[in-house]
Design a protein around this ligand. Sequence first.
Ligand SMILES: [Mg+2]
Length: 201
Amino acid sequence: MIRNIIFDLGNVLLNFKPEKFLLRYTKDENYIQNFIFKVIRNKIWFNLDRGTISLEDAKEEFLKKYPEDMSFIITFFDHWMEMLTPIEENVKILHDLKSNGYNTYILSNFIEEAFEIIQKKHQFFSLFEGRIISCQEKVIKPEIEIYQKLINKYNLVPEQCVFIDDIRSFLSRARKLNMKTIWFSPDTDLRTELRNLDVNI
Ligand SMILES: [Mg+2]
């Protein structure tokens, strides 16, 4: 029987769509792809999630590394958190799950400075029984330790958990630990997927 629903944040409860966001600043899609590769797929960005570098220091490192992109880097760092708007349908599902008696948790890779801001900004953060945020734990998904930290900290029985994430490789780790999983994409009907796992929603 499922008792615990575990949510990822980026692209499950909060939008994180840099391709779309950066179109605000340039229409050059090749430049955008390249910029995303250089910045968001960079080890420095992963270290932000891991909590081993500050946002300000990361920006400085990118400026040093890619001086040709200086103004774009500055604009990006000034505005990227504006991307993090709630995915309202899933927030509604979170509310309904709470009303139906489920325990809810967050398991997310996230950047410290951004997490501090968004958790104050959105009421729904008060609905969770617990949270494991990568920057606070110094481990990131898909490293097995981060899943184990969640299980141990909140005494969860993996068989009673559903984990929802938009990245497939993050789900396979959870399945190895005997959790149920749902891959969330923009086409996913999350309510139906939860019902398929006998969740009352
Ligand atoms: Mg995500």
